[in-house]
Design a protein around this ligand. Sequence first.
Ligand code: 2P0
Length: 330
Amino acid sequence: MKIVTCVAPVNIAVIKYWGKRDENLILPINDSISASLSTDIMCAKTTIMASPLLKENKFWLNGKEQTFDSPRLRNCIKAIRARCDETLPQCTWNIAICSENNFPTAAGLASSAAGYACLVYALAQLYEIKGEISDVARQGSGSACRSIYGGWVQWHKGDQPTGADSIATQIAPADHWPEMRIIVLVVNDCRKKYSSTSGMKKTTETSTLIKYRAENVVDQRVKAITKAVMDKDYESFAEITMKDSNQFHAICMDTFPPCVYMNDTSHAIVNLVHSYNEYKKGQKVAYTFDAGPNACIYLLQSVVEQFISVVNHVFPKPADIDTVEYYRGL
Ligand code: 2P0
């Protein structure tokens, strides 16, 4: 019998992934960039047991048994097994997978990213695989390839039809910018109305703006934000982050029928951030929203205390926002 346990981080994109050029291999139409959060607050944890005594493969997610026939799960296992030394005994044994997230699943907090990254990393440990695995995590969920690494991470869209070059690389480790913090303002922790997968499919089928973004906007933003991260230039970083979030949601609105992920509270947070930045005479706080209403706020440690007190003043508990849930360095 062999047992492995791994944890993987949640990542929050600052240049968004939205739209695939290949649905099966999960190949994106543009590069994306994210930061991975520290795993001691928000993470996925997966334990896998391989044993000759197991009669069949088993999978539990957050304590609930799941079927083993999800094509994405099967693709990940198949791709990892293709890289393993078949003479290892565990290659012939059935496996039991137990995964859990310590944060709301499918509330736009990248649960599938951390979950698949963790699963693929744990499988790689189980089958003693060395080398690149972000391309396998990508086949579980696109954004999962970025959660294979800590710190600042770029997912390169790649050019090859096989997806071999559609991988993630680390731009800088977490300790490169130790003052950076992320606050997640949990507006709503229900499951989202439409999944990212179906939303982005509808976008690529119906939006004209998405093509403009992929061809004319993203590459230049990737270069500029990479430079901002490397130079620790917060103001440039903040402006690009907010503009990219806004463009992503504009494209969601350009989808037909539209994918509406942000709600009135989300927009109130946007207004609050801009008012705060105007008062401070510079970009001191940056929001970004994924496929849900929750706000992720990137800011420097020196601003955290004041900004949280402003949030608590404007959204007193227990009003629209449940609470300021987490804040943490990368
Ligand atoms: C991102 N999102 O870059 C963007 C921003 C949501 C909004 O990556 O179909 O769950 O599994 O590849 O990875 C969500 O997309 O979609 C996502 P699939 P995934 O973080």
